[in-house]
Design a binder for this molecule. Structure first.
Ligand SMILES: [Zn+2]
Length: 252
């Protein structure tokens, strides 16, 4: 019985013939000397301020052809490179280790936590108000929350994620995170001194007296939230939060 070639073999065959056609029957292999690569790397650093050449990057100047691919290869072949070459690349500011994507970092953190990691796993990427941010399924998530949700494998949208033992906002070790109500979180922030309350908050537009009087006047009735917002010069949503006791909660 004749055996059909497997799909992967067919694919490989197709790829090979496509490649050969492009290069007029001969596979193209141009060796670029090491010195030229160094020149290209230095030029890249000069122009971009860093040596993290993206893998798909390629240029037309001397030594630049598929430079990104070459950098990628050098990273994986570091163990086999001569000491002298490593030094030369180091002198160019060569980046040997690349951080994976933020999401991969979260996945790894979950894996490390499952493996019993006790220490903080500090977010190495950009942060918002001290918290790591990560894109997942088309949405932006706080990194510590995503890590914790993946770790316990369920989510509770009504609860916040708070840091338990370490109170380090940049830490995404799910073992350091727990569910908490917004009030728990506020209480923790006060205890840790990580929140500037009320007037001490740099972005606070209102004084404590003003907040108290807003609440009082609204409770007395006869004035709308919109009117109050206009009068004090803050947004309607701020007024809404104040009269519903969701902002400035320490003033009761
Ligand atoms: Zn921690």
């Amino acid at each position: 019985m004749k055996k059909r070639p497997s799909r992967s073999m067919q694919d490989r065959e197709k790829k090979r013939s496509r490649r050969n056609n492009q290069n007029g029957g001969k596979p193209k292999r141009t060796h670029i000397p090491w010195e030229d690569r160094l020149i290209a790397i230095r030029r890249f650093v000069e122009e971009n301020g860093h040596a993290s050449v993206p893998t798909k990057w390629t240029g037309t100047e001397r030594g630049e052809s598929n430079l990104g691919r070459w950098v990628h290869n050098m990273r994986s072949r570091k163990m086999k490179l001569a000491e002298e070459k490593i030094t030369q690349l180091d002198d160019c500011g060569f980046v040997w280790k690349v951080l994976g994507s933020p999401f991969v970092f979260v996945e790894n953190a979950v894996r490390r936590a499952r493996g019993g990691e006790e220490g903080c796993i500090v977010w190495p990427f950009a942060k918002t108000r001290g918290y790591g941010q990560v894109r997942f399924r088309g949405r932006q998530h706080p990194a510590h929350r995503l890590a914790f949700t993946m770790y316990i494998d369920k989510t509770q949208s009504n609860l916040q994620c708070i840091h338990g033992p370490c109170h380090n906002r940049a830490c995404i070790n799910p073992r350091h995170v727990t569910w908490g109500s917004p009030t728990d979180n506020a209480r923790d922030k006060i205890r840790d001194g990580t929140e500037q309350r009320g007037e001490k908050n740099g972005s606070a537009k209102l004084t404590e007296t003003a907040v108290l009087s807003i609440r009082e006047r609204f409770l007395r009735g006869g004035v709308t939230q919109t009117a109050l917002a206009k009068e004090v010069g803050v947004s309607l949503s701020t007024i809404h939060l104040i009269v519903n006791g969701k902002r400035w909660t320490h003033l009761v």
